[in-house]
Design a binder for this molecule. Structure first.
Ligand code: FAD
Length: 500
């Protein structure tokens, strides 16, 4: 049989590992979803050298490359895990190179051994090559390829070594002078990296003009194909300037004029671009293109790159810091409002009249959302659009903390009174049938009087009542919302109505 030698294209599944400092594994098994770990195997702490016997914490015997990907993404996505991972091929290392004390050993021989030989002419490469898994032994590849009259052309002397294992080193033998080492005979590697985590580009840009700020925010929500997240906040004082600075690790090298009495207010627009969604361009390009379209104060723009997990967990990171400083378990006189676009500038003025910018603690969020993303069949209440086709409305979150060391119980009562005042003015109907001045609605509303609830739900009230009597006729559920009083029988007339 004539033996056609192939060497130029061996597609190997291999994974390269970014190693972390050794440390006990597994903070949260949940991160690894469906993976089944073994406590140990007969091979996981063993190699040819019989010199080192490092035991891993657990062993993974992957059934597919996806399993390895899940493992590495899970580890990379968590800022907390410090586990290391070692691939084990055939274990013919001498000094524990495929071991990891207290880490995770991935035994590559569990991967399905599908060897696919492509003959010259039927593959797109124009040469003969083999597709193999990283755990395949060279002897297995030889047997399979000989069946079709082909063979790799660069070898090791001994064949019971894995393809991934020798490609981690070189792979040398008597053919090396002629064809080069095995690593020179690879066409392509599928690489599962230790940097598998998706990245988020997160940008903050500062404004001192509310109109320009909101116009730019609205521009961003009109570009969902480019932008994945839009928020923003009012910068009332030094503390809010540094808002969520732990999650947003940028060095803000400027000082805003926020001195007492200056009454100057700044606005920070935030947006993010997730790189996993982008097919043809990269996140940096998209961010630059967006920035070119914005009109923030020149130079006052900052971007950071964080993991997808850390981005979504940004408030959790702040929580840890606030708890450490004793600022988490304090009273929170929060108020959230949906404000129609037509009323947002007036609402901003109302806020600035009602709150004292210097001692405001906590974030004051303000950002647009789109009405057509809401299902009108739910009981959530949005303000009326004005004009009727206006799709943009705003969410404003006045997420204040009242630290007892600086805000007494009287001070807390004052803050709650201020909130009620804001709600009253912002939700007031227009005089003499004219449109309301602001026309806002509360999000997460808190009312205790029937007339207020009725007004809050507006045209949705009757439907809301009907659903309540259909699904919870005795008003057993959710007493804390203070909408309905408990009934003791269906004929109980006193409790058939909402609370008074
Ligand atoms: C008897 C014997 C004969 C040998 N003859 C030769 C020879 O002729 N020529 C030669 O060049 N070498 C030779 N070697 C050395 C051998 O090539 C290396 O030790 C090789 O690493 C062993 O492969 P393995 O599959 O057993 O790897 P393992 O010991 O399992 O792993 C070796 C390294 O590769 C990594 N690794 C394994 N699989 C993967 C993968 N899929 N993705 C990423 N990393 C992976 C491991 O984490 C580890 O760091 C010989 C060794 C022995 C014991």
């Amino acid at each position: 049989m004539e033996l056609a030698l192939f060497c130029t294209r061996v597609t190997v599944l291999i994974f390269l590992l970014a190693l972390y400092s050794p440390c006990k594994f597994i903070q949260s098994p949940v991160e690894f979803g469906s993976l089944n770990f073994l406590q140990t195997t007969t091979t996981s702490s063993l190699d040819f050298g019989r010199i080192l016997f490092n035991s891993p914490s657990v062993v993974l015997r992957p059934q597919s490359p996806k399993d390895i990907s899940i493992l590495l993404s899970g580890l990379s996505a968590s800022s907390y895990s410090k586990a290391t991972v070692a691939a084990r091929g055939a274990g013919h290392s001498i000094h524990g190179q495929s071991q990891t004390p207290d880490g995770i050993v991935v035994e590559m021989d569990s991967l399905p051994n599908n060897i696919v030989i492509h003959r010259k002419g039927d593959g797109e490469a124009g040469v003969s090559y083999a597709d193999v898994s990283g755990g395949t032994l060279w002897v297995e590849l030889l047997r399979e390829s000989l069946k079709v009259g082909l063979a790799p052309r660069s070898w090791t002397d001994y064949l019971y070594l894995s393809i991934g294992g020798t490609l981690s080193n070189g792979g040398i033998s008597g053919q090396t002078f002629k064809y080069g080492p095995q690593i020179s005979n690879v066409l392509q590697l599928d690489v599962v990296t230790g940097k598998a985590r998706p990245i988020v580009k997160w940008v903050r840009a500062f404004y001192d003009d509310f109109e320009v700020f909101t116009r730019d925010q609205e521009l961003l929500v009109s570009k969902p194909d480019m932008v994945d997240y839009v928020e923003g906040f009012m910068v009332l004082n030094e503390q809010s300037l540094r808002s969520s600075y732990i999650a947003f690790p940028a060095q803000l090298d400027f000082t805003l004029d926020l001195s007492k009495g200056s009454r100057k207010v700044y606005y920070c627009l935030e947006f993010a671009v997730h790189d996993y969604q982008l097919l043809e361009s990269n996140a940096d390009q998209v961010v630059e293109e967006i920035k070119r379209q914005l009109r923030y104060i020149p130079m006052l723009v900052y971007s950071v790159e964080v993991s997808y997990f850390d981005f979504l967990n940004r408030v959790g990171m702040e929580e840890v810091s606030l708890r450490r400083r004793g600022l988490w378990d304090v009273p929170h006189p929060w108020l959230n409002m949906f404000v129609p676009k037509s009323g947002i500038a007036r609402f901003k003025d109302l806020l600035l009249e009602s709150i004292s910018a210097e001692d405001f603690e906590g974030p004051l969020l303000i950002y647009p959302i789109l009405r057509d993303k809401w299902d009108s069949n739910t009981s959530a209440v949005l303000p009326k659009a004005s004009p009727p086709k206006e799709n943009v409305l705003y969410i404003v979150g006045i997420l204040r903390s009242a630290n007892p060391s600086t805000c007494s119980s009287q001070c807390l009562r004052d803050l709650l009174r201020h909130n009620r005042h804001i709600v009253q003015v912002a939700t007031a109907a227009g005089a003499g049938g004219s449109p309301p001045l602001i026309g806002a609605k509360q999000y997460l509303p808190y009312y205790s009087v029937q007339s207020q609830w009725r007004e809050h739900f507006g045209s949705k009230w009757q439907r809301f009542l009907a659903r309540k009597s259909q699904f919870d006729p005795l008003a057993v559920l959710a007493p804390g919302q203070s909408i309905f009083q408990r009934k003791y029988s269906l004929s109980d007339p006193t409790t058939a109505h909402p609370s008074q």
